[in-house]
Write a protein that binds this ligand. Structure first.
Ligand SMILES: [Zn+2]
Length: 373
C-alpha cells in the first residue's frame, strides 16, 4: 500500500514548472507534507550527443549481455537479497517487473522499488566497473565534451544553484560530487566559482577529469572517507549502481552543512523507456542494464529513502530519453537506420509529453536535512 500522495494543480498539464504538495502517510495519516517545486522537460539535442549507429548499439548490448553472464551466470549460489534495499519490505514473493539478459528485476510491493535480488558481491561489480573502459565511454568521449557540458551539465548545475539560492538566500559555495565520472559536473562547478571535491572509482574517468579539466578526483570510498562539510552533495547516476543506496543518503546527511542540499539523479522505472526495454527482442544498451543498474527507482522509493534518512524533498525535475529509446528500438527492429532519421523529429515532441505526464525514465530530486531528525 502506498505511503505517498500528491496534490497536483491542473496547470501542471501545460506548465514547465509548478508547485505540488507531497504527503507522507506511513500509517494512513499524514505524518509530513512537503512543498515541491516541480519542473518537467529538458531541451536536448540527442542526435548531436549520440547520433544513431545501430551497429554500435547492438555491439554494446552484446558486450553487456556477455558481462551479465559473467556477473550473474557464475553466481547462482550468490546470496539473494531478501528485503527491499529501500524500505526493507519482504521480496520472497515479489513480482518480476522485467527480465533483461536473463536477469530478473523484482518489484517491492511496499515502496514500488525495483531491484535485482540475485546479488553478486559488491567487489565483483566494483572490479568490473573499475576495469571496464567501455562503461565509461559515454562519459569520457572528447568529441561530445562541449555538447555534454552545455546541454547536460550546466543546466543541471544551474537548477541546483537556483533551488539552493531560493531556500537559503545565497548561492552554494562548496560541493562534493560522488561517482563524479569524467569530472564534467565539477568542472562546471569550478567555472561558477565553487569549491569542489569529487570521488570516482574508475581510473579511466579520473585520468580523463585530470587531463580534460584539471580536476583531481579521489579514488577512496566516500562512505568511509573523511572530508569537510559541503553546501551541496550530489549523486548523478550513482545510486542505481550500489547495493545499499540508503548508506549514501545517510553519508550525505553527515557531510552537509546545516543549510546544505542533497541532489540525486536516478533512473525512473515507471516509464515508457522501461516498458519498451521489457519487450521481447528489445536491445538493451542503457537504462535497465543489469550489469550496472541493480536498482530502478520510483518516486515513492526515492522519497521513502530520503525521509527515513532525515531529508525533506524540496524540488523535482522530470525528463528522459524514452522517445529516443523507442526510435532506436524501432530502427533496430526494422534493421534500417533511415527509420531513425525519419522518426527523429518526433523525439522532442513525444518526450515533452512523457516528461509532463511523468512517464519519463529519469528524475533529479533535491532534498534538505530535516531539523528534527
Ligand atoms: Zn520497498
Amino acid at each position: 500500500m502506498t505511503k505517498w500522495f500528491r496534490q497536483i494543480p491542473f496547470s501542471a498539464d501545460h506548465g514547465h514548472e509548478w508547485s505540488e504538495r507531497w504527503e507522507y502517510r506511513p500509517n494512513g495519516i499524514t505524518e509530513r507534507s512537503f512543498e515541491i517545486l516541480v519542473k518537467a522537460g529538458k531541451p536536448l539535442d540527442v542526435l548531436s550527443l549520440k547520433g544513431c549507429d545501430l551497429d554500435e548499439v547492438r555491439n554494446y548490448a552484446d558486450f553487456l549481455e556477455k558481462t551479465a553472464k559473467k556477473i550473474y551466470g557464475s553466481s547462482l549460489d550468490a546470496p539473494q537479497l531478501r528485503g527491499c534495499p529501500i524500505c526493507g519490505g519482504n521480496l520472497d514473493n515479489a513480482a518480476i517487473e522485467l527480465t533483461v539478459f536473463a536477469v530478473s528485476y523484482m518489484r517491492c510491493s511496499l515502496c514500488g522499488h525495483v531491484c535485482i535480488p540475485a546479488h553478486p558481491a559488491q567487489e565483483v561489480l566494483d572490479d568490473l566497473f573499475t576495469a571496464s573502459e567501455s562503461h565509461s565511454y559515454v562519459y569520457i568521449d572528447r568529441r561530445t565534451l562541449e555538447t555534454r557540458m552545455t546541454q547536460i551539465v550546466l543546466p543541471k548545475l544551474e537548477w541546483c544553484r537556483e533551488i539552493f539560492r531560493r531556500r537559503s538566500g545565497h548561492m552554494p559555495e562548496s560541493i562534493v560530487d560522488v561517482g563524479a565520472g569524467g569530472g564534467h559536473f565539477l568542472a562546471g562547478a569550478l567555472r561558477c566559482g565553487l569549491k569542489i571535491e569529487g570521488f570516482e572509482f574508475s581510473g579511466t574517468s579520473r585520468s580523463f577529469a585530470r587531463e580534460a579539466f584539471g580536476v583531481h578526483l579521489r579514488e577512496d570510498d566516500f562512505l568511509t572517507a573523511s572530508c569537510g562539510p559541503a553546501d551541496m552533495v550530489t549523486y548523478w547516476g550513482l545510486l542505481e549502481y550500489v547495493l545499499r543506496p540508503r548508506d549514501f543518503i545517510a553519508a550525505a546527511r553527515r557531510r552537509l552543512t546545516p543549510k546544505g542540499m542533497l541532489v540525486i539523479e536516478v533512473p525512473r522505472v515507471d516509464s515508457l523507456g522501461t516498458l519498451v526495454q521489457a519487450m521481447d527482442c528489445a536491445v538493451v544498451a542503457r537504462h535497465m542494464d543489469p550489469t550496472t543498474h541493480v536498482n530502478g527507482f520510483t518516486d515513492e522509493s526515492i522519497c521513502t529513502m530520503l525521509v527515513e534518512e532525515g531529508f525533506a524533498p524540496v524540488a523535482a525535475w522530470y525528463f528522459g530519453m524514452d522517445a529516443y529509446e523507442v526510435c532506436v528500438q524501432i530502427a533496430l527492429r526494422g534493421g534500417d537506420v533511415g527509420l531513425f532519421a525519419t522518426l527523429a523529429d518526433f523525439i522532442p515532441v513525444v518526450q515533452r509529453a512523457l516528461d509532463r505526464g511523468r512517464q519519463c525514465d529519469d528524475i533529479i530530486i533535491a532534498a534538505v536535512p530535516m531539523e528534527n531528525s
